[in-house]
Design a protein around this ligand. Structure first.
Ligand code: 4NP
Length: 159
């Protein structure tokens, strides 16, 4: 299997993308794929640079056994050189990432996370920042499902 570097991207890099990162990392560990796949996350805004994930996201994650502890950083143009697969949580993230893409090869690395959904039919991963507990639980449900789909596609060599 070839090596992959995967980057999750949302707006603040404190809710959705650190959750995606933590969920995929656990699946990779469980399936002993650590030597092949590495994972990181970033935000398009830089609003929360240097911060841990939102305490609500950490709380909901910990109830499912996840530890979300990455430090928020802004997405940059250099990330196109450093990563093979770049995952946008919603259309706004997608367009903000694409605006920075220097060439066609870079654009081809960018996907909407929901493209990998299996049992859900949402057209984006909704921003939970101004939502209640339900919003955070929905993000985790959608991300667990799509991370599984993503990992299957990677294992099948389709990305
Ligand atoms: P995220 O959620 O993009 O999933 O990390 C948000 C976090 C912070 C803000 C918006 C969304 N904010 O406006 O500060």
């Amino acid at each position: 299997m070839r090596n992959y570097k995967v980057l999750f991207v949302c707006l603040g890099n404190i809710c959705r993308s650190p959750a995606g990162e933590g969920i995929l990392k656990r699946m990779i560990k469980e399936q002993k794929l650590d030597n092949y796949i590495s994972v990181d996350s970033a935000g398009t805004s830089g609003y929360h640079d240097g911060e841990l994930p939102d305490s609500r996201m950490r709380h909901h994650g910990s109830r499912r056994g996840y530890k979300f502890d990455s430090i928020s950083r802004r997405f940059t143009r250099n990330d196109f050189d450093d990563f093979d697969v770049i995952l946008a949580m919603d259309d706004s993230n997608y367009h903000n990432i694409m605006r920075l893409a220097p060439d066609l090869d870079s654009e081809r690395k960018v996907y909407r996370m929901v493209e990998f959904s299996q049992k859900y039919n949402h057209d984006h991963i909704p921003d939970p920042y101004y939502s209640g507990a339900d919003g955070f639980e929905l993000v985790l449900d959608l991300l667990e499902d799509a991370c599984e789909g993503l990992l299957n596609r990677i294992k099948e060599g389709e990305l």
